[in-house]
Each structure stands twice: as structure tokens, then as C-alpha cells.
Write a protein that binds this ligand. Structure first.
Ligand SMILES: Cc1cc2nc3c(=O)[nH]c(=O)nc-3n(C[C@H](O)[C@H](O)[C@H](O)COP(=O)(O)OP(=O)(O)OC[C@H]3O[C@@H](n4cnc5c(N)ncnc54)[C@H](O)[C@@H]3O)c2cc1C
Length: 275
């Protein structure tokens, strides 16, 4: 990858959190010529999460980073639209994404952990200083500097960006009150697994052969790509879906007993889910 870093602005930026927001801010600040320090509480990078979608707006950010498009291309879902079906399996309509892609930019949908790892390694290769195992305990600001305390150490910069996620300490400081996340009442069960077995089954082969497919059934939604398939249930308000112990078997039972899996293709998909 060919990076051309502009000359240094002399501005020191501290970024708390190496999630997507923190890494994006770090890469953009570095590209502007600021010196960047990222403090992240996790001790090691792990491939965590499931599917995540970055629409055209964020896709355009990825695309302006040299080489990023190429790095993400092999791992992202590629389909031209969303096929909507009724719960009986009949086609309703196909929503095309070609216009959006051509006019607004590419979207990047794939495994959160895999995309995150690519961004993380990209930032490291640019020479950005990312320090893991650095939980930020405190933020401070004076008339001449801003900074944080992490691992009992003081870090000082010109700007501090709090990219510390849903339970952000930085947000509390900026807002002046604790804006606690509220449960929506919904739960999502997802599986991410090798789709080789689906490719062999005549009921599901069409999903994974000849490129990726993105299909939605009334009530049940899933999307696939060459090697994996993701099954998501967005109807989890029903008690049978409130499987908080995350036993996948109970989720399957819930689907069957509610007759929601009457479509053969979904039966096969659920049967082949690991767990
Ligand atoms: C492990 C994980 C898995 C996820 N899986 C999915 C998924 O499958 N699908 C999906 O759509 N979204 C997922 N998300 C959510 C999604 O990645 C983010 O919510 C969204 O991208 C917003 O990104 P963010 O950078 O604002 O926050 P986050 O991605 O939450 O990143 C915040 C980062 O800040 C760090 N941090 C927090 N507090 C401190 C502190 N005091 N000091 C130092 N570091 C701190 C956290 O460890 C974290 O790495 C996941 C998030 C995480 C953390």
C-alpha cells in the first residue's frame, strides 16, 4: 500500500477506543498530518462479532484510503439487491442496489471482526501508535491542554476524541449526564458458518452458488456469501425467541414450534446451523 502522509501539522490527537470510529478517526487524522495515539482497553485483537453493514456514506471513506477497497473486496458480500419473499416462499419483489452503488458509492457488508481486523492492521501499517491494554479511566482539560489518564499514566494532547463505544465515558463528560443505553426489547440470533453443506443441498444451493444472494422472508431474514451464511431472526419479541442463554437449539425449537420455518429452504438452513 502506498501512503503519502502530508507534512506534520504538529497537532497531537489522542483517540480513546480502537473500534470502527476510533480507527477511522485515527487514519483520517494521520492522513491530515496529525500525530495520533490510540488507547484501547482490550488486550489483544480478536475476530469478534457477526455481520455489519457500511452503507455508501462510510463506503466512500473506505474507498479514499489507498488499497482499502482491494483489501476488503475478497471478504465482503456482493449482491445486486435484496430479494423479498413472503413467508410462504413466494417472490414479492427484488430491490436493486445498482442505482445506489453507481450514484452514491459502494457499500461494504461483511463479518464485523474480519473488517475490523483489516482496518486495525491498515492503521498499524500506516505507523499509527495503537496501544492495547490501555483502559482510559479519566479525561481532563485545562486552558492549554487536554488529555486522559490510563493505567495511572498521564497522556497529553491538543485534542482528545472519545470513540469509546456504547458505554462511553467521554459522552458522559460532553453531555454532562450519563446517557445510559436502553434495551430495545429486541434480540437477534445470528449464525455465521461455512456454507459448503448448503451448496450441496438442492433446496439451498441457489443461495450460495453463482455468487452471493441476499434474501428476506416476511419475518425471517438471512443473507449469504460464498463461504458463509448468516441467518438472522428479527422477530424476537416472541417469548420463544427470548433465548437469553444463547442455546441455538432452543432458537431452532422456537422457530419450528411457531411454524415459522414452514419454508423448506429455511428449515434446511436452520438444520445446518452449528450448535
Ligand atoms: C466486540 C464487538 C463486536 C461487535 N459486533 C458487531 C456485529 O456483529 N454487528 C454489528 O453491526 N455491530 C457490532 N458491534 C458494534 C459495532 O462494531 C459498533 O457499535 C459500531 O461500529 C460503533 O463503533 P464505535 O467505534 O463507535 O464503537 P465500538 O466498536 O464499540 O468501539 C469502542 C472501542 O472502545 C474501547 N473502549 C471502551 N471504553 C474504553 C476505555 N475507557 N478506554 C479505552 N478503550 C475503551 C472498546 O474496547 C472498543 O474497542 C460490535 C462491537 C464490539 C465492540
Amino acid at each position: 500500500m502506498d501512503y503519502t502522509t502530508p507534512s506534520s501539522t504538529g497537532i497531537h490527537v489522542i483517540i480513546v477506543g480502537a473500534g470502527f470510529a476510533g480507527l477511522t478517526a485515527a487514519i483520517e487524522c494521520h492522513r491530515k498530518g496529525h500525530s495520533v495515539l490510540v488507547l484501547e482497553s482490550f488486550r489483544e485483537l480478536k475476530t469478534l462479532g457477526d455481520i455489519i453493514s457500511f452503507g455508501s456514506n462510510s463506503g466512500r471513506i473506505f474507498q479514499r484510503w489507498p488499497g482499502m477497497d482491494k483489501l476488503l473486496d475478497p471478504i465482503i458480500h456482493k449482491s445486486d439487491g435484496l430479494l423479498l419473499k413472503t413467508w410462504l416462499g413466494e417472490d414479492l419483489l427484488e430491490q436493486s442496489w445498482i442505482f445506489e452503488r453507481q450514484n452514491y458509492g459502494r457499500s461494504f457488508n461483511g463479518h464485523r471482526g474480519e473488517i475490523h481486523e483489516i482496518l486495525f492492521q491498515y492503521a498499524l501499517h500506516m505507523g499509527i501508535d495503537i496501544r492495547l491494554g490501555h483502559n482510559v479511566e479519566e479525561y481532563f482539560e485545562t486552558a492549554i491542554e487536554a488529555g486522559v489518564i490510563s493505567n495511572s499514566q498521564k497522556f497529553v494532547g491538543d485534542i482528545v476524541l472519545a470513540a469509546d463505544g456504547v458505554r462511553s465515558k467521554g459522552r458522559t463528560l460532553v453531555l454532562g449526564y450519563d446517557d445510559k443505553p436502553k434495551p430495545s426489547g429486541y434480540a437477534v440470533y445470528r449464525a455465521w458458518f461455512d456454507s459448503t453443506e448448503l451448496a450441496k443441498d438442492p433446496d439451498t444451493a441457489w443461495l450460495v452458488n453463482n455468487g452471493d444472494r441476499h434474501c428476506a422472508w416476511l419475518g425471517l431474514v438471512y443473507t449469504s456469501r460464498f463461504d458463509y451464511l448468516i441467518l438472522s431472526d428479527f422477530r424476537s419479541r416472541h417469548p420463544l425467541y427470548c433465548c437469553l442463554d444463547k442455546e441455538w437449539k432452543r432458537v431452532q425449537l422456537g422457530m419450528y414450534s411457531q411454524g415459522q420455518c414452514s419454508i423448506q429452504v429455511l428449515r434446511v438452513v436452520v438444520d445446518k446451523c452449528p450448535g
